[in-house]
Design a protein around this ligand. Sequence first.
Ligand code: AMP
Length: 182
Amino acid sequence: MGPPGAGKGTQAKFISEKFSVPHISTGDIFRENLKKQTPIGLEAKSYMDRGEYVPDDVTNRIVADRLTWDDTKNGFLLDGYPRTLDQVKFLDNTLSEKNQSIDRVIELVADLNTLVARLLNRAKEQNRADDTEEVITKRLEVYQAETAPIIETYKKRNLVIQVDGLGEIGTVARRIITAIES
Ligand code: AMP
């Protein structure tokens, strides 16, 4: 978990390879659906373009579907999910039905100004429609309002490890791996 621009996607790729578990990114799934112009992709687009969250029922459905794949039997890494309280509850129920549970929550911590700069830079490199300055501000606001509070839920369960998200990519990856293995 962590705010937009903290490097979740980049780090999730490393970590999923290191621990040989699939990397499940709801943002990536929405972007793939959009590329293929599926109904889910088209519905998600309007929210993503505004920097808002896709409705919980849509998001929960794609995650529940993804978690039925065989490759999740021995573990998985969720990236960008859950982001709302409703999603936390849905995930709890889905996992308990499968006799699985969350082992760790990695929170990438980063300073707000650095994040805005990073996101603007990524916008230039990747041409993402949701990386204009207005949308970036909105995404950070939505994160503060909806997602920052649910990290508290996981803190109460003693699952959260905070990792400094600033620094060179490999350095941050090593911090996360050390945190997971400790
Ligand atoms: P990301 O690449 O993780 O930043 O996700 C890009 C966009 O996809 C977000 O700004 C949301 O519009 C949407 N999205 C991704 N994950 C979720 C989620 N868990 N709940 C709602 N919307 C999401």
